[in-house]
Design a binder for this molecule. Structure first.
Ligand code: FE2
Length: 254
Protein backbone atom coordinates (compact mmCIF):
# COMPACT_ATOMS: atom_id res chain seq x y z
CA UNK A 1 0.00 0.00 0.00
CA UNK A 2 1.32 3.45 -0.92
CA UNK A 3 2.30 5.51 2.12
CA UNK A 4 1.16 9.09 2.71
CA UNK A 5 4.08 11.54 2.49
CA UNK A 6 4.39 13.61 5.67
CA UNK A 7 3.85 17.09 4.08
CA UNK A 8 1.84 19.37 6.36
CA UNK A 9 1.35 16.54 8.83
CA UNK A 10 5.06 16.52 9.63
CA UNK A 11 4.72 20.06 10.95
CA UNK A 12 2.35 18.93 13.66
CA UNK A 13 3.92 18.43 17.06
CA UNK A 14 4.84 14.84 17.75
CA UNK A 15 2.47 13.36 20.28
CA UNK A 16 3.15 10.69 22.85
CA UNK A 17 -0.25 9.07 23.11
CA UNK A 18 0.72 7.52 26.44
CA UNK A 19 1.13 10.90 28.08
CA UNK A 20 -1.88 12.85 26.92
CA UNK A 21 -5.64 12.60 27.38
CA UNK A 22 -7.46 10.89 24.49
CA UNK A 23 -9.60 13.99 24.00
CA UNK A 24 -6.54 16.20 23.29
CA UNK A 25 -4.64 14.01 20.84
CA UNK A 26 -5.71 15.82 17.66
CA UNK A 27 -4.16 14.31 14.53
CA UNK A 28 -1.74 11.50 15.37
CA UNK A 29 0.31 11.76 12.20
CA UNK A 30 2.78 9.02 13.15
CA UNK A 31 -0.04 6.51 13.38
CA UNK A 32 -1.59 7.86 10.16
CA UNK A 33 1.69 7.30 8.35
CA UNK A 34 1.96 3.79 9.75
CA UNK A 35 -1.69 2.87 9.06
CA UNK A 36 -3.13 5.10 6.28
CA UNK A 37 -5.99 2.64 5.79
CA UNK A 38 -7.51 3.97 9.04
CA UNK A 39 -8.49 7.14 7.18
CA UNK A 40 -10.47 4.97 4.76
CA UNK A 41 -12.07 3.24 7.75
CA UNK A 42 -13.15 6.59 9.24
CA UNK A 43 -14.43 7.81 5.89
CA UNK A 44 -16.57 4.71 5.50
CA UNK A 45 -17.98 5.10 9.04
CA UNK A 46 -18.68 8.80 8.56
CA UNK A 47 -20.95 8.08 5.57
CA UNK A 48 -23.42 5.76 7.31
CA UNK A 49 -24.73 8.22 9.92
CA UNK A 50 -24.30 8.92 13.61
CA UNK A 51 -26.74 6.59 15.39
CA UNK A 52 -27.27 3.64 13.08
CA UNK A 53 -29.12 0.40 13.94
CA UNK A 54 -27.33 -2.85 13.12
CA UNK A 55 -28.73 -6.30 12.42
CA UNK A 56 -28.09 -7.56 15.94
CA UNK A 57 -31.02 -7.83 18.38
CA UNK A 58 -29.74 -8.84 21.82
CA UNK A 59 -31.78 -11.05 24.13
CA UNK A 60 -32.35 -8.51 26.90
CA UNK A 61 -34.38 -10.97 29.02
CA UNK A 62 -31.47 -13.44 28.92
CA UNK A 63 -29.02 -10.74 30.09
CA UNK A 64 -31.37 -9.52 32.82
CA UNK A 65 -32.05 -13.02 34.16
CA UNK A 66 -28.31 -13.81 34.40
CA UNK A 67 -27.66 -10.55 36.26
CA UNK A 68 -30.64 -10.95 38.62
CA UNK A 69 -29.68 -14.55 39.44
CA UNK A 70 -25.95 -14.08 40.05
CA UNK A 71 -24.75 -10.49 39.84
CA UNK A 72 -27.51 -8.25 41.25
CA UNK A 73 -25.43 -7.06 44.19
CA UNK A 74 -22.21 -6.57 42.20
CA UNK A 75 -22.94 -3.21 40.49
CA UNK A 76 -19.94 -0.89 41.01
CA UNK A 77 -19.93 2.93 41.08
CA UNK A 78 -19.03 4.20 37.60
CA UNK A 79 -16.85 7.34 37.52
CA UNK A 80 -18.41 8.71 40.73
CA UNK A 81 -18.39 12.52 40.99
CA UNK A 82 -16.85 14.06 44.08
CA UNK A 83 -18.39 17.49 43.45
CA UNK A 84 -22.04 16.57 42.81
CA UNK A 85 -24.30 13.50 42.90
CA UNK A 86 -24.44 11.31 39.82
CA UNK A 87 -26.39 8.14 40.12
CA UNK A 88 -24.82 5.47 37.88
CA UNK A 89 -23.16 2.08 38.26
CA UNK A 90 -21.54 -0.54 36.02
CA UNK A 91 -20.84 -4.24 35.50
CA UNK A 92 -17.75 -5.06 33.44
CA UNK A 93 -17.78 -7.59 30.57
CA UNK A 94 -14.18 -7.32 29.33
CA UNK A 95 -11.23 -6.07 31.36
CA UNK A 96 -7.48 -6.25 32.01
CA UNK A 97 -5.87 -9.51 33.24
CA UNK A 98 -6.68 -10.19 36.90
CA UNK A 99 -9.74 -7.93 37.05
CA UNK A 100 -13.38 -9.13 36.96
CA UNK A 101 -16.97 -7.96 36.45
CA UNK A 102 -16.83 -5.76 39.58
CA UNK A 103 -13.73 -3.86 38.37
CA UNK A 104 -14.22 -0.27 37.22
CA UNK A 105 -14.42 0.08 33.42
CA UNK A 106 -12.59 3.41 33.12
CA UNK A 107 -9.05 3.87 31.77
CA UNK A 108 -8.09 6.27 34.65
CA UNK A 109 -8.99 3.58 37.22
CA UNK A 110 -6.94 0.94 35.37
CA UNK A 111 -4.04 3.40 34.95
CA UNK A 112 -4.02 3.99 38.73
CA UNK A 113 -3.88 0.22 39.29
CA UNK A 114 -1.18 -0.48 36.65
CA UNK A 115 0.95 2.66 37.13
CA UNK A 116 0.74 3.38 33.37
CA UNK A 117 -1.95 4.16 30.84
CA UNK A 118 -3.13 0.87 29.31
CA UNK A 119 -4.08 0.44 25.64
CA UNK A 120 -7.72 -0.22 24.84
CA UNK A 121 -6.96 -3.74 23.61
CA UNK A 122 -5.56 -4.74 27.00
CA UNK A 123 -9.19 -4.80 28.19
CA UNK A 124 -10.24 -7.73 25.96
CA UNK A 125 -10.39 -10.45 28.65
CA UNK A 126 -13.92 -11.81 29.25
CA UNK A 127 -15.21 -11.66 32.84
CA UNK A 128 -17.38 -14.41 34.40
CA UNK A 129 -20.44 -12.24 33.61
CA UNK A 130 -19.48 -12.18 29.87
CA UNK A 131 -19.27 -15.98 29.78
CA UNK A 132 -22.56 -16.41 31.66
CA UNK A 133 -24.54 -14.17 29.28
CA UNK A 134 -25.06 -16.93 26.70
CA UNK A 135 -28.88 -17.17 26.83
CA UNK A 136 -31.05 -16.28 23.82
CA UNK A 137 -34.50 -17.12 22.45
CA UNK A 138 -34.66 -18.01 18.72
CA UNK A 139 -34.31 -14.88 16.58
CA UNK A 140 -32.32 -13.04 19.20
CA UNK A 141 -28.56 -13.01 19.82
CA UNK A 142 -27.01 -13.77 23.20
CA UNK A 143 -24.70 -11.09 24.53
CA UNK A 144 -21.80 -13.58 24.58
CA UNK A 145 -22.36 -14.66 20.95
CA UNK A 146 -22.48 -11.00 19.86
CA UNK A 147 -19.32 -10.02 21.73
CA UNK A 148 -17.44 -13.15 20.58
CA UNK A 149 -17.99 -12.04 16.98
CA UNK A 150 -16.14 -8.75 17.63
CA UNK A 151 -13.24 -9.99 19.74
CA UNK A 152 -10.59 -8.82 20.49
CA UNK A 153 -12.50 -5.93 22.05
CA UNK A 154 -11.61 -2.91 24.13
CA UNK A 155 -13.48 -1.95 27.32
CA UNK A 156 -16.97 -3.41 27.29
CA UNK A 157 -19.46 -2.91 30.10
CA UNK A 158 -23.08 -2.37 31.13
CA UNK A 159 -24.06 0.98 32.66
CA UNK A 160 -26.93 1.10 35.16
CA UNK A 161 -28.25 4.64 35.41
CA UNK A 162 -30.70 5.48 38.19
CA UNK A 163 -33.05 8.47 38.22
CA UNK A 164 -30.99 11.57 37.43
CA UNK A 165 -27.90 9.61 36.35
CA UNK A 166 -26.30 11.50 33.47
CA UNK A 167 -23.27 12.08 31.26
CA UNK A 168 -22.56 15.74 30.50
CA UNK A 169 -22.08 16.83 26.84
CA UNK A 170 -18.75 15.38 25.69
CA UNK A 171 -16.90 13.75 22.78
CA UNK A 172 -15.02 10.43 22.92
CA UNK A 173 -11.76 10.28 20.94
CA UNK A 174 -12.36 13.29 18.66
CA UNK A 175 -8.79 12.92 17.32
CA UNK A 176 -7.77 10.95 14.27
CA UNK A 177 -7.25 8.09 13.98
CA UNK A 178 -9.17 7.03 17.08
CA UNK A 179 -8.14 3.77 18.75
CA UNK A 180 -11.70 2.43 18.78
CA UNK A 181 -15.29 3.25 17.86
CA UNK A 182 -18.46 2.57 19.86
CA UNK A 183 -21.28 0.11 19.52
CA UNK A 184 -24.11 0.71 22.00
CA UNK A 185 -27.18 -1.37 22.90
CA UNK A 186 -30.07 -0.53 25.20
CA UNK A 187 -31.02 -3.32 27.57
CA UNK A 188 -33.64 -2.17 30.09
CA UNK A 189 -35.84 0.86 30.90
CA UNK A 190 -34.78 2.87 27.84
CA UNK A 191 -38.23 3.92 26.55
CA UNK A 192 -38.82 7.46 25.22
CA UNK A 193 -39.89 8.75 28.64
CA UNK A 194 -37.34 6.69 30.61
CA UNK A 195 -34.00 7.59 29.08
CA UNK A 196 -32.56 10.25 26.75
CA UNK A 197 -29.49 9.90 24.52
CA UNK A 198 -28.91 13.18 22.69
CA UNK A 199 -26.65 13.58 19.65
CA UNK A 200 -26.05 17.35 19.39
CA UNK A 201 -29.63 18.74 19.60
CA UNK A 202 -31.39 15.55 18.55
CA UNK A 203 -32.81 12.84 20.82
CA UNK A 204 -32.06 9.36 19.52
CA UNK A 205 -34.84 6.87 18.75
CA UNK A 206 -34.05 3.75 20.75
CA UNK A 207 -35.26 0.18 20.20
CA UNK A 208 -34.73 -2.13 23.16
CA UNK A 209 -32.07 -4.79 22.49
CA UNK A 210 -30.99 -3.22 19.17
CA UNK A 211 -27.24 -2.68 18.67
CA UNK A 212 -26.29 0.72 17.21
CA UNK A 213 -23.13 2.17 15.71
CA UNK A 214 -22.87 5.53 17.51
CA UNK A 215 -20.53 8.27 16.35
CA UNK A 216 -19.28 9.32 19.78
CA UNK A 217 -16.84 11.80 18.22
CA UNK A 218 -19.96 13.94 17.93
CA UNK A 219 -21.09 15.78 21.08
CA UNK A 220 -23.50 13.58 23.01
CA UNK A 221 -25.14 13.56 26.45
CA UNK A 222 -27.43 11.19 28.32
CA UNK A 223 -29.81 11.22 31.28
CA UNK A 224 -32.08 8.68 32.92
CA UNK A 225 -35.53 9.63 34.26
CA UNK A 226 -36.15 6.28 35.98
CA UNK A 227 -34.20 3.82 38.13
CA UNK A 228 -32.38 0.83 36.61
CA UNK A 229 -31.93 2.05 33.04
CA UNK A 230 -29.33 -0.26 31.52
CA UNK A 231 -27.20 0.19 28.38
CA UNK A 232 -24.22 -1.64 26.92
CA UNK A 233 -21.03 0.15 25.81
CA UNK A 234 -18.67 -1.73 23.46
CA UNK A 235 -15.29 -0.28 22.42
CA UNK A 236 -14.41 -1.85 19.06
CA UNK A 237 -10.84 -1.37 17.79
CA UNK A 238 -10.76 0.85 14.68
CA UNK A 239 -9.66 -1.55 11.94
CA UNK A 240 -10.78 -1.95 8.33
CA UNK A 241 -12.06 -5.41 9.20
CA UNK A 242 -14.28 -4.12 12.03
CA UNK A 243 -15.63 -1.22 9.96
CA UNK A 244 -16.36 -3.69 7.15
CA UNK A 245 -18.36 -5.77 9.66
CA UNK A 246 -20.41 -2.72 10.70
CA UNK A 247 -21.27 -1.87 7.10
CA UNK A 248 -22.20 -5.46 6.25
CA UNK A 249 -24.50 -5.62 9.31
CA UNK A 250 -26.49 -2.39 8.90
CA UNK A 251 -30.17 -3.00 9.67
CA UNK A 252 -31.54 -0.80 6.86
CA UNK A 253 -30.42 -1.99 3.43
CA UNK A 254 -32.41 -2.39 0.24
FE1 FE2 B 1 -19.47 9.11 25.56
Amino acid sequence: MQKITPGILSQLKKIDSKEISGSRLGINYERLLAEPELTAAELALSQIGNFEPLDYKLDTHGIESVIQEKYASDWTDYLPRADRPNNRKSLTLTTIPGWDHTSPPSIPDAAKHLGRIPAELEFCNPTPLYNDCDRAYPGNTSLKAFLDEWQPLGRTFIVNSNTGGYFVPHRDHPGHPRPCFRLVAFLKNCGPYDYDWWMDDRKANIELGRVYYVNTKMTHRTISWVDNSWHLIVNVPLTLENVDRVIKNLQHRH
